[in-house]
Design a protein around this ligand. Structure first.
Ligand SMILES: *[C@@H]1O[C@H](CO)[C@@H](O)[C@H](O)[C@H]1NC(C)=O
Ligand SMILES: *[C@@H]1O[C@H](CO)[C@@H](O)[C@H](O)[C@H]1NC(C)=O
Length: 323
């Protein structure tokens, strides 16, 4: 009996442990990129990729600062590095994948002087499905991203996980769990340790701050709250705007709006001409009334007016395209 209880306990610990340490989950495609780059201050001496097979870890490849690289024969023909000779990036591309590539991958980074850190990537067959964000926010490149997630349901929150979704990929941003004496334990996902700050001193009210945002921070951020009674999920879509340049879609909208204005002005001008000819036969008073009620925007038919109209059209279409 004791053994069974012991085994059950071990099993639970193991599942919780694994759940916490998966830094990235990828959907299997014909070509997959397994990202692993180190952005801290220590010196990366060696990178090592392995794949978990049962209780073993099979070596995929190793890259050492001075000894060069080694690629296992099994992967030789379909593996390449994203950056060939980088001192901090050992991301790999696997092509011609099959179902045998589903599983857990681990990237070990041996650092001097701090020791070895690892990133765990799970590759799965199933896609994540569509997630509808509850809000949209846009930020400028190099600015700070601040996202606030508020638990609004009943119960005391015991654990919180913040994740980032991009196409076919989930990254763990951070997870916080309630431990004894009202304290919380916070751990960051591999790519967010040096990049973000999560305040979870109050598990019902989570704030995520990303300093110096860059284009890769674009994505959908999701906060999952687990309380003793309910779970709640809040998703926020974050858009990154490149600094100093208007985005292509914005430009397209402005162009579209301007051409629309030109077409409207042309039509009005043409109608005016037609009506002017008719004026010879119809009383002037009548024409004025019908003209004003049908085309009130003719009042904007000046340089300034055109500008105002263009902005108005582009703004509405812009916000609509986000909803
Ligand atoms: C796992 O290891 C076994 C025994 O070494 C091997 O036969 C099998 O092909 C491996 N599985 C994968 C998916 O690599
Ligand atoms: C974290 O948030 C709490 C409020 O929930 C605030 O009182 C505290 O100052 C914040 N801590 C930091 C380091 O920002």
């Amino acid at each position: 009996m004791k053994t069974i209880v012991g085994l059950l306990f071990l099993y639970t610990v193991q599942t919780i442990h694994l759940e916490e340490i998966v830094d990235t989950t990828l959907v299997l495609r014909s070509t997959i990129t397994l990202d692993c780059s180190y952005s801290g201050n220590a010196t990366a001496i060696q990178f090592h990729w392995s794949k978990v097979n049962g209780t073993f870890e099979e070596t995929i490849c190793t890259r050492h600062q001075s000894y060069g690289k080694y690629i296992s024969e099994k992967y030789m023909s379909r593996l390449s590095f994203v950056v060939e000779n980088s001192a901090s990036d050992v991301s790999i591309i696997l092509k011609e994948t099959s179902e045998a590539d589903i599983g857990i991958y681990i990237c070990y980074v041996a650092l001097f002087p701090t020791g070895t850190v690892k990133k765990v990537i799970a590759v799965q067959a199933d896609d994540f499905g569509h997630i509808e964000p509850s809000s949209h926010q846009s930020f400028k490149e190099n600015a700070s991203i601040t996202l606030n997630f508020l638990y609004t349901l009943l119960g005391d929150v015991k654990q919180v996980t913040v994740q980032k979704f991009t196409s076919g990929k989930i990254d763990l941003v951070a997870s916080c769990a309630h431990v004894r004496n009202g304290r919380t334990r916070l751990s960051y996902g591999f790519d967010f340790i040096h990049h973000s700050f999560v305040n979870c001193s109050n598990l019902q009210n989570i704030t995520l701050i990303i300093h110096k945002a860059c284009v890769t921070d674009d994505g959908l951020y999701q906060c999952l709250f687990w309380s003793d009674v309910k779970t709640q999920t809040i998703s926020k879509r974050v858009y990154l705007q490149k600094k100093g340049t208007t985005s292509f879609s914005m430009l397209a909208l402005i162009c579209g709006a301007s051409s629309l204005v030109i077409v409207v002005i042309f039509t009005i001008a043409a109608l005016c001409l037609v009506r002017k000819k008719k004026n010879k036969k119809i009383q002037a008073k009548q024409v004025n009334v019908s003209f004003n009620s049908t085309y009130p925007q003719l009042q904007l038919d000046t340089g300034d007016g055109e500008h105002v109209y263009a902005n108005f059209v582009s703004n509405t279409s812009f916000s609509r395209s986000w909803t």
